[in-house]
Write a protein that binds this ligand. Structure first.
Ligand code: BGC
Length: 908
C-alpha cells in the first residue's frame, strides 16, 4: 500500500483553541499534532517563533524535545490586546521537517474598560429572594388570569440599546469588548458578528464575570454606524434553579462595552456604551427557564442600523458597578452546534398538536409562519408523552414553563428565541394558523462548542444507541457549565460532573470548558475550604440547601475539585489544570480533615479509646447525598423523601470512603506536580483512613452493615478491605447482583466504578450481564423504552409505560460510556494525554465487532476488532509521537510506535 511519507502538522492550537481571540492568558501554551504514515515516527525537535507584526516576541530556537502537548514558551509574556503570529517548525526522527502557522490575539488582561457600566432606564425585576421559594410561588399565583392561565405580568421587557457613531477614515481593525449584567446580544449595523448565544454565559458573576471579544472590522462602514445590544435577565436577574427564584445577582440589567478602533493612519479611538440610547422592543420578556414572549408587531426594523429615528429613545444611565472581576471568556462559546428538522407533527389523542423532534436535547425551536398580524402562537416544550401519548409535564416546581409565546406581524416571518433554552423532545403547539408541518420548524441544538473526539460503534445497535444517548445528555448538559439537567435546574451540581468527567473528556474535547468551570469552582470555594454542591453557587440554592439540609457541600460533590482536574489531566495531558487548582484541592482536603478531626457523631462520648482514635480519620458527620438515588429505594417511589432516604442510609459510610479516595488521588497529584512531602502526607492519610474504615465498617467476612451494592463497589474501588476481605467482599457484591436479577443497584457515587470493580475482581462476566441487561434498572432498559438521552432515574418510564416527574436528560448514569470505550473498545490511556496507551479490547464480551477511536492530543488512535470464524481480527492505529502497548489473547504484550497494525488472534 502507498504510504504518505510526508510529515504534516495539523491542529496547531493556542490553549487548545484554534486562533483564539481575546485570550486573557499571559503565558499561553501551544499544542500540535503530527501526521505521517511512516511507522514509528517521533518528533525529535521543534521551534516556535512568535511575532507581533515585525517584532519577534519569542523564539524558542531548536528544542530537542518530543513534547507537542501544551508547550510553553519560556520568557514569553503576552501583552494585552495584541495580535501574535505563531510559526512552528518540527523535525522528526527520520530527519523530515514540517511547518505550520497560526495566530492568536490577547484580551484586555486587566486593561480597564474606558466605558462605565451603563443601564437602560427600566423597572427592576420584583425580587422574590428573602422569602425565597414562597416568594416565587406567591408571584406565580398572583399573576394568573380568570382561567388560571399565567399572565407573566410580573416579567419585564428586554432592553434595546443603540450606540451610534461615525467612521471617517480607513480602519485597520476594530474590536468590541463587551459584557453584561444579564444576557446580551450584539449586532453591528444590523448584523451579528458571530453566532454565539447566551453571552456572557453562566459564571459566578459577582466574582468572575466574562467579557467577550468580537472582531467587527468587516462590519463597519464609512459614515454612520450603529452597535445594537439587546439585554435580558439571564442568570443575573431571571428565575433560575430548582426553586425558580429570581435576582440572584441583581434586579436590573446593565451593559459594559468598549469598541476599540485602530485606523490605518495609526490613530485609535474608543466608542463606549455611554454613547447609547435605549428603549424596549418586541421581546416582552425572556427568561432562561420560563421562556420568551415576543410580539412581532412591536418590531422596529432598522433599530440597530444608521438612519433610524431614535428620537423617542432615552440616554442610558452611567453606573459605578464593579469592574474588578472581569475576565476574558476562556472556552469556546455556546452556539448552535446542530440544526435539524423535527421527525413528526401529530395530533395527540386528546387533540393537542405536538411536534416530535425525534431526539431529546437542549436548545430552541425556530419556525417560519405566514399569518396575519396579531395571531398568538404558543410553543410549550416538554420531554415525554404520557402513556396515552399526550402532553406530560415532568418538570417539578415553579417558573419552569419552557414556553414561547409569539404574536405575529403580517406576512411570512421566522422566529427563534434569543435568551432562553429548553430541555425537550416535544413541543405542544397552540394557536398556529392551520396545521403546522415539519418543514416549518428547525430544532436548534445549543451547547458550548467543542470538538467531538470519541467514536464508538459495535455490532449491537442497542449499545450504539446507549452511547448516542450519553452523547446527547452530555451535549445537553454542557451549555456554558456542566449541569445536572437542561430543564428543571440547569445547575452546576458538582457531584454529577465528578462522576461523569472521564466520559465527558472521551466524547468531546472538553479541556477548555472544564478549565473555565474550574475557575468558578475556585471562586466559589467557601472560606472554610468547602466546595459547594453547586457551582456557580446561586443564592437561591445556598438559601434552600442551608435551610433544608444545613449543608453547603457533600462528599462526592465537593470532591469534584480534585476529580475534574484529574480527569482533564489524564485525558489531555494538561498539567496546568492540576497546578491551577492544587491550592483549592489542598483547602478542600483541609476542610475534610478538620471535619473528621473536630466533629463527632452521636454516641461518640460512649465510645472506647480505640474507636475514638480511629474516628479522627473518618468523615462520619455532616449531611451528604451519599450513594444518591439507589434504584431499589427510589423506583416506584419518585418523591423527594425516597431520594432523601438513599442519602440517610449511606452518607456516613460513603463520606469516609470518598475521603480515602480523594486522599489517594491527592497523593498521586502531588507526586505528578513534584510536591513530594504532600504526596507522602496524603499517602499516609489514605493509609490511616483505610485502617480506620476497615476497623469501623468492614466485618471479618467482608460484609458491611450498609449492605448495599454501591457500598461494596466503593469500598473495593478505594481499596478499603484487607487482602483477606477483598475476595469475600467481591463475592458478596456478586451475590447481591445475582439475587437482584442480575441488575445493578448502585447510586450516583458508586455506579461510575461498578464495571471496573467487577472486571478488576474477576467478575467480568457479571459486568457483561449488567451491560446487556434489559430489565429495569439497567442501561439497555432505558434504550428499549425508547430513550434518546440518559434519565435521572432508571425507572422514569416504568414497565407499563407510566412516566414520572424525573428529568429525562441527566448525564450522571452515562458514566458507563468511559468504561465502554476503555473495556469494550479497548482503548486505554496509560500516560496522560494518551502519549502512551494500551490496546486490550474485550473480544469475549459477546459482540461480534467494535470500533472505537479517539482524537488524542497527538492525533487519532483507534481500535477496531471483529470476530470471524473463531478468530479475532484487530486493527490498531497509533498516532505519531505516541506508543501503544498491544495486549491481545494468545500474544505477549508488545509495544509499538506510530502506524497502523493488524493482528489475527484467537478469541481469548
Ligand atoms: C440534581 C442532581 C444533583 C442532586 C443532588 C438534584 O436535584 O438534579 O443531579 O446532583 O440534586 O443530590
Amino acid at each position: 500500500m502507498y504510504k504518505l511519507d510526508r510529515l504534516l502538522i495539523t491542529d496547531l492550537t493556542v490553549e487548545h483553541l484554534d486562533t483564539p481571540l481575546g485570550l486573557d492568558i499571559a503565558c499561553p501554551r501551544f499544542s500540535w499534532k503530527l501526521r505521517c504514515q511512516r511507522e514509528n515516527t517521533v518528533q525529535s525537535s521543534y521551534r516556535l517563533l512568535i511575532t507581533a507584526g515585525e517584532e519577534i516576541a519569542a523564539d524558542t530556537g531548536r528544542m530537542e524535545d518530543s513534547q507537542s502537548i501544551e508547550v510553553s514558551v519560556p520568557d514569553f509574556i503576552a501583552r494585552p490586546m495584541t495580535c501574535y503570529q505563531v510559526r512552528l517548525e518540527v523535525t522528526d526522527n527520520y530527519g523530515r521537517t514540517a511547518q505550520a502557522h497560526s495566530r492568536f490575539e490577547t484580551g484586555r488582561m486587566g486593561v480597564p474598560f474606558r466605558s462605565s457600566w451603563v443601564e437602560p432606564e427600566q423597572e427592576p425585576t420584583p425580587s422574590s429572594m428573602g422569602s425565597a421559594r414562597e416568594g416565587a410561588e406567591a408571584a406565580d399565583i398572583a399573576c394568573r388570569d380568570e382561567n388560571g392561565e399565567r399572565t407573566f405580568a410580573e416579567f419585564r421587557p428586554a432592553q434595546y440599546v443603540r450606540i451610534p457613531f461615525r467612521i471617517d477614515r480607513a480602519i485597520r481593525r476594530a474590536r468590541v469588548y463587551a459584557t453584561a449584567h444579564g444576557l446580551y446580544r450584539l449586532s453591528v449595523n444590523g448584523r451579528r458578528p458571530d453566532d454565539r448565544e447566551l453571552a456572557p454565559e453562566n459564571t459566578a458573576c459577582h466574582k468572575l464575570l466574562q467579557y467577550q471579544t468580537y472582531d467587527v472590522t468587516a462590519l463597519l462602514r464609512d459614515g454612520g454606524n450603529v452597535l445594537g445590544v439587546i439585554l435580558a435577565d439571564g442568570w443575573w436577574a431571571g428565575r433560575v434553579g430548582t426553586t425558580g427564584d429570581c435576582c440572584q445577582y441583581g434586579d436590573t440589567t446593565a451593559l459594559l462595552l468598549d469598541m476599540d478602533i485602530e485606523y490605518m493612519d495609526g490613530t485609535r479611538e474608543t466608542v463606549t456604551g455611554e454613547q447609547g440610547v435605549s428603549s424596549t422592543g418586541p421581546i416582552i420578556f425572556s427568561d432562561l427557564f420560563v421562556g420568551e414572549k415576543y410580539d412581532a408587531t412591536r418590531e422596529r426594523p432598522g433599530w440597530d442600523c444608521p438612519g433610524f429615528d431614535d428620537s423617542g429613545w432615552r440616554p442610558v444611565v452611567m453606573k459605578l458597578y464593579d469592574k474588578s472581576h472581569l475576565v476574558g471568556q476562556f472556552a469556546l462559546p455556546v452556539r448552535p452546534i446542530r440544526i435539524f428538522r423535527p421527525e413528526a407533527i401529530f395530533t395527540a389523542p386528546n387533540g393537542d398538536v405536538i411536534l416530535d423532534a425525534g431526539q431529546n436535547f437542549a436548545g430552541a425551536t425556530e419556525f417560519t409562519v405566514t399569518a396575519p398580524a396579531g395571531v398568538c402562537i404558543k410553543l410549550e416544550h416538554f420531554e415525554v408523552l404520557d402513556r396515552d401519548g399526550n402532553y406530560f409535564n415532568s418538570i417539578l416546581n415553579t417558573n419552569k414553563e419552557q414556553t414561547e409565546i409569539y404574536i405575529t406581524r403580517a406576512g411570512r416571518q421566522t422566529y427563534r428565541p434569543a435568551f432562553t433554552y429548553h430541555g425537550f423532545r416535544y413541543v405542544r403547539i397552540t394557536g398556529w394558523p392551520g396545521m403546522p408541518a415539519v418543514e416549518d420548524f428547525r430544532m436548534i441544538v445549543l451547547a458550548s462548542d467543542m470538538e467531538d473526539v470519541g467514536t464508538f460503534h459495535t455490532s449491537d445497535p442497542r449499545l450504539n444507541q446507549l452511547q448516542s444517548n450519553i452523547w446527547w445528555s452530555q451535549v445537553s448538559n454542557t451549555v456554558s457549565i456542566p449541569t445536572d439537567c437542561p430543564q428543571r435546574e440547569k445547575a452546576g451540581w458538582t457531584g454529577d460532573i465528578m462522576a461523569y468527567a472521564p466520559t465527558l473528556c472521551f466524547n468531546r474535547a472538553a479541556g477548555p470548558f472544564l478549565t473555565g468551570w474550574m475557575n468558578n469552582v475556585r471562586a466559589e470555594q467557601l472560606e472554610s475550604g468547602a466546595v459547594p454542591m453547586i457551582v456557580p453557587y446561586l443564592k437561591a440554592y445556598a438559601t434552600f440547601l442551608r435551610d433544608q439540609l444545613g449543608a453547603d457541600t457533600s462528599c462526592g460533590w465537593g470532591d469534584a475539585v480534585i476529580m475534574v482536574p484529574y480527569a482533564v489531566y489524564r485525558a489531555y495531558g494538561d498539567r496546568r489544570i492540576l497546578e491551577e487548582n492544587y491550592d483549592a484541592m489542598l483547602r478542600w482536603m483541609d476542610y475534610i480533615d478538620s471535619r473528621a478531626k473536630n466533629c463527632h457523631p452521636e454516641g461518640y462520648d460512649t465510645w472506647d479509646e480505640a474507636r475514638r482514635a480511629r474516628s479522627r480519620w473518618l468523615w462520619n458527620t455532616d449531611y451528604h447525598f451519599g450513594d444518591w438515588l439507589i434504584p431499589s429505594m427510589v423506583l416506584g417511589n419518585p418523591d423527594g423523601n425516597a431520594m432523601g432516604s438513599t442519602a440517610l442510609a449511606t452518607m456516613h459510610i460513603v463520606a469516609p470512603a470518598y475521603y480515602a479516595f480523594s486522599a489517594r488521588n491527592m497523593a498521586e497529584i502531588a507526586g505528578i506536580l513534584g510536591h513530594a512531602e504532600d504526596a507522602a502526607r496524603f499517602a499516609e492519610i489514605y493509609r490511616n483512613i483505610r485502617r480506620a474504615f476497615i476497623a469501623e465498617y468492614v466485618h471479618e467476612d467482608g460484609t458491611m452493615d450498609a449492605d448495599f451494592q454501591g457500598i461494596y463497589v466503593i469500598a473495593l474501588q478505594m481499596g478499603l478491605a484487607t487482602d483477606e476481605q477483598r475476595p469475600k467482599m467481591a463475592a458478596r457484591l456478586a451475590q447481591m447482583i445475582e439475587r437482584n436479577n442480575n441488575c445493578l443497584d448502585t447510586g450516583f457515587l458508586s455506579v461510575l466504578f461498578l464495571m471496573d470493580v467487577l472486571c478488576d475482581n474477576g467478575m467480568t462476566d457479571l459486568a457483561y450481564k449488567l451491560l446487556f441487561q434489559t430489565v429495569c434498572p439497567s442501561w439497555l432498559y432505558e434504550v428499549e423504552k425508547g430513550a434518546t438521552t440518559m434519565w435521572e432515574s432508571w425507572g422514569a418510564v416504568d414497565e407499563d409505560g407510566v412516566v414520572s416527574t424525573y428529568s429525562y436528560n441527566h448525564y450522571a448514569f452515562g458514566c458507563v460510556g468511559d468504561w465502554m470505550y476503555r473495556h469494550i473498545g479497548g482503548l486505554q490511556m496509560v500516560e496522560p494525554g494518551y502519549k502512551k496507551f494500551r490496546v486490550a479490547p474485550a473480544l469475549d464480551c459477546g459482540l461480534t465487532y467494535a470500533r472505537t477511536s479517539r482524537e488524542t492530543p497527538c492525533g487519532r488512535a483507534s481500535v477496531e476488532w471483529e470476530l470471524v470464524d473463531g478468530k479475532a481480527y484487530v486493527r490498531v492505529e497509533v498516532p505519531v509521537n505516541t506508543t501503544a502497548e498491544i495486549c491481545l489473547p494468545g500474544m505477549a504484550c508488545r509495544t509499538v510506535g506510530s502506524g497502523r497494525y493488524s493482528f489475527a488472534v484467537g478469541r481469548g
